[in-house]
Design a protein. Sequence first.
Length: 236
Amino acid sequence: MDEPFPTELRGGTPGDDPVLARLREALGDPGFVEDGRVRPEREIAEALGVGRRAVRRALDALETEGLIWRRQGQGTFVSAPPAPKTRRFAGLAALTSPAEIMEVRLEIEPILARHAALRAAPVDVEGLRRLAERSRDAQSDAEYERYDGAFHRRIAEAMRNGLFLAVFEAIEAVREEPVWRRLREGTRPPERRLRLAGEHLAIVEAIAARSPDAAERAMREHLATIATSLGLPTGG
């Protein structure tokens, strides 16, 4: 990468591990991420004036949150890893409608939340809570969407069912298409983002309490809010 490392990262932010805080803020910065690939650990450590161990620990935390993924010999990348088996579903974007996607989400994701309440490990609950808090603190719609996507995927993973995860990934493959991203733009002003993030936290608390009924209900209410913001039916 030819661009200089973003200098604003040198200042850090108050709160958790300063290296983690700086890297978390940089996920959308082209000086830190290029074509989805994060700069090498060595470059990050040199730019921040810290040891590689501190950088590695921060990257481990970001991976736990579902914000990055790593592949041996290839590097570190933002967002969740691609799902090769669901790439063929990307073409569905031209064959389906927003109402159809929401109909499927309303059928699938509450069930994912229900089972996550029964199967999520403590590290899953911790990661979900952190992602919910980050979505609450997001300063832009793009930042909110990054944490929102990671939050919903983390619930799907916490269910511990590969087939359900594949169905979730098929839905996400459609939603990640540019036309669907543009559709969501402008539908989440700051006050609505705060409401949605509050619903994220309610889902987390239900999962943490091991209450499947409450988790399913909270997810259904959350998806109904999303549907309403897009002018879509909520399934009754």
